[in-house]
Ligand binder design. Structure first.
Ligand SMILES: OC[C@H]1O[C@H](O[C@H]2O[C@H](CO)[C@@H](O)[C@H](O)[C@H]2O)[C@H](O)[C@@H](O)[C@@H]1O
Ligand SMILES: [Ca+2]
Length: 741
């Protein structure tokens, strides 16, 4: 078996047991007589009848027909539709098209073996194998197969191998989009478009006229798409963004020049969208920080082109929309998300540095990051001029249209009653300034900031976010400053010239050069300020700083560990963070977003928020592991990775291959059940999960690089962390006792 993939070559045989679904099921030969099965295929019923005529009886004992399985592994001869029916009727007792530990079926099905040409039967037992059977048959059916020869190894595969393989061979592809004629109907789909006519629509920035021309032609050539193509005005104002809410649409991203054949067979120039990975579920567009997290997984799976394309898409966003957007939909135009561009570009560069254009790629990304740093994060309104620290504080007007309708009901109810209006009418009148409610303006200023922070939503940030110099954002900006300094110094001879197109919104003149020193100074100043205002020696943690009330906050947030990721913490601070901070966040399934104490009491009037206790998110885990390793806290990083991976693997095994957006890290049995706010994403599949969820997929493959080989094996047998540790301790004791010196 080759490493993480679980791909097994069968020596002289050309078929891999763990081939991706297309390779596995699209092959005619594999499912006919390839393995010595009779060329003529029998339906199970006719086979039974024929055998009965021959005087044979069922069930057959396993006989010489199955001997070949010793060499090749057992294979089943399965009638796809009939077996699917049995599975659904017998095993999916709650009828959700998934086989889980919550179903009460007999948990056993008898399949015919291929080596006996269907004479003999073998029982497949238990939720995991049966749900894998359901998944395999669902895929086989999609590839048009009526009968398959199915390797048992696909049903009882080590779950760590299986999930890693699915992410590598299926989930990334399932989440990959490109915006061009080839797939605009998929990319344009928006489950968050609540308007009466959610047709595909694309907005093109004024600086990309070739794209406007291209999409206009696509719309004319393919009227059945109903593609609405709109050119954005040069200046994007909060009013414009609000007005676009009636016609929400996708925002164009980077394309490259390509060629295609016209009807006469001539090669003609065209455009091809640069691909990107979407988060999944209802999030079907390019996101800011999700993309960074996804790139960590993509790079491990050698999908370097995809990670590189996402960096280039970000450069396009900065160049044409002025920022890396929260995501590429019209209603996100005013706000960004946590910035990770420098680290992302540097990681891609590490992989491609032998390529001729790699330096140019990095130069463009660093120039874009410099522009973003100055024109988005370190100028007003995001900059707090007094402290020099930054805040999430985007522009905007009114109620964000993309949230589920119920989200703001408890906030708006008193105003709706006061103005005696219907919900919809009130929202419109308020959005258009026909009703003045300054308290609501303040609420939505902070709400937009919460969404820009990526931590939407949390009681840590509600009603105050736009005033907070958060530990997360300032750690990330420290990382920008140090990355930019190091890159200019080590890769650009300590001299980077700023071209005219990257000057707008920055202090630079076209052609001016910058050196590393100024970036080092910025980082140093930020660290000093953060130490002074955000570090609490007694608690051993960094806290957010309220720039309006001029005081340090007390909400305990897992983002305090981002100081490790960014390299901002001193060795003493790092030790304190690990000793005093970390235990507050460590739960059954890894790190929780914030502590229970800080969240406070919840109830009907104060509902749970998804970025508070008891929920855990992939980015928090990944940044913490990386930060801990940066400061050589290897054991802690491994332990936390183990816990997170165990929780995901267990849910994957028990719940039909599920991989979701976030987890309740305090819930050992069904951590994927999260009903806060819009509920969990990634749950909604029939038979087989095709995408997982972007950053959780990434955290899985990234985490597997962090745990040691022993841990990986223990995860494969679903060993809880405590059991694993006890076994290790016992082993160590024995080894010590046996040590003869
Ligand atoms: O629709 C509600 C909100 O959804 C997004 O936020 C959540 O999903 C994002 C994509 O995975 C993720 O980046 C974010 O951290 C999540 O909280 C969106 O980003 C919000 O702006 C939006 O209001
Ligand atoms: Ca079920």
């Amino acid at each position: 078996m080759s490493s993480a993939s679980g791909h097994r070559s069968r020596g002289s045989e050309e078929y891999g047991v763990f081939d991706d679904a297309k390779t596995y099921y699209a092959s005619e030969e594999r499912h006919s007589n390839r393995y010595g099965v009779r060329t003529r295929t029998y339906s199970q019923n006719s086979l039974v009848k024929q055998l009965e005529r021959m005087g044979a009886q069922e069930p057959f004992r396993r006989g010489s027909h199955d001997e070949s399985t010793i060499e090749t592994g057992r294979r089943f001869l399965v009638q796809v539709d009939a077996t699917l029916e049995i599975l659904k009727n017998q095993e999916d007792t709650d009828g959700n098209m998934q086989i889980t530990i919550e179903d009460n079926g007999p948990k056993v099905i008898s399949l015919r073996t291929a080596a006996s040409a269907g004479h003999n039967r073998f029982e497949v037992r238990g939720t995991y194998m049966l749900s894998n059977l359901l998944q395999e048959l669902t895929l086989a059916k999609e590839y048009g197969r009526k009968q398959i020869i199915l390797d048992e190894a696909r049903l009882n595969e080590n779950p760590v191998d299986r999930l890693s393989r699915l992410i590598r061979d299926h989930f990334w592809d399932g989440l990959t989009r490109r915006i061009d004629a080839s797939s605009i109907e998929i990319a344009a789909r928006d489950p968050k478009d609540w308007t009466d006519d959610p047709r595909p629509r694309i907005y093109v920035p004024v600086g990309a006229p070739e794209q406007y021309e291209y999409y206009t032609k696509v719309a004319a050539d393919r009227p059945e798409l109903r593609l609405d193509v709109q050119l954005l005005p040069e200046k994007i104002t909060p009013e414009l963004i609000r007005d676009m809410n009636d016609k929400p649409g996708l925002l164009a991203v980077a394309v490259e020049k390509a060629e295609e054949q016209d009807e006469q067979g001539n090669l003609v120039p065209t455009l091809k969208g640069l691909p990107f990975v979407v988060p999944g579920g209802r999030f079907n567009e390019l996101y800011g920080w999700d993309s960074y997290m996804e790139s960590l997984g993509l790079l491990i799976h050698e999908r370097v082109d995809l990670a590189k394309a996402m960096v280039l898409n970000f450069c396009f966003c900065i160049e044409h929309y002025g920022k890396i957007l929260n995501a590429t939909r019209s209603y996100y135009l005013g706000r960004s998300q946590p910035p990770f561009l420098t680290d992302m570009a540097l990681r891609v560069y590490e992989k491609i540095k032998h390529e001729p254009d790699s330096k140019e790629f990095l130069r463009r990304a660093i120039l874009a990051a410099i522009k973003e740093y100055h024109s988005v994060w370190t100028c007003e309104p995001r900059l707090d001029p007094v402290t020099g620290l930054s805040r999430y504080r985007p522009e905007g007007l009114g109620v964000p249209p993309e949230t589920e309708a119920s989200h703001f009901v408890h906030i708006l109810k008193p105003y709706i009653e006061k103005h005696k209006m219907e919900f919809k009418d009130f929202v419109r009148a308020y959005n258009y300034g026909e009703i003045q409610e300054p308290a609501l303006d303040a609420y939505f200023l902070h709400d937009r900031a919460v969404r820009e922070s990526g931590h939407d939503t949390s009681y840590r940030l509600e009603g105050v976010c736009a005033d907070l110099a958060t530990i997360d954002l300032n750690s990330l900006l420290f990382k920008y400053e140090t990355d930019i300094a190091r890159t200019i110094r080590s890769l650009f001879g300590d001299k980077l010239t700023i071209p005219a197109e990257f000057c707008q919104g920055t202090p630079y003149q076209p052609g001016e050069t910058v050196s590393s020193a100024v970036w080092d100074r910025r980082a140093k100043r930020r660290k000093l300020t953060m130490d002074k205002l955000m570090w609490n020696e007694e608690e051993g943690m960094f806290f957010d700083y309220d720039t309006t009330n001029r005081k340090r906050c007390t909400y305990e947030t897992a983002t305090t560990l981002w100081a490790l990721w960014a390299g901002l913490a001193s060795p003493k601070q790092a030790a304190d963070l690990v000793k005093k901070g970390l235990p507050r966040f460590e739960m059954f399934g890894g790190l929780v977003a914030g502590t229970e104490k800080s969240r406070g009491v919840i109830g009907l009037e104060r509902p749970n928020r998804q970025w508070d206790y008891p929920y855990g998110w992939a980015p928090q885990q990944m940044l913490a592991w990386t930060g801990l390793l940066r400061y050589s806290f290897t054991e802690e990083a491994e332990r936390l990775a183990y816990k997170w991976l165990f929780m995901i693997t267990k849910a994957f095994v028990d719940f039909n291959g599920v991989v979701v957006e976030k987890y309740d890290v305090t819930r050992p049995i069904d951590p994927h059940r999260v009903d806060a706010e819009y509920g969990n994403q990634g749950l909604d599949f029939k038979g087989v999960a095709k995408e997982g969820f972007g950053w959780v997929n990434a955290s899985y493959v990234y985490g597997l690089q962090i745990v040691n080989a022993h841990m990986r094996r223990a995860l494969g047998t679903l060993t809880p962390y405590e059991t694993f540790v006890k076994a290790i301790e016992l082993n160590n004791e024995r080894a010590l006792a046996n040590l003869t010196l």
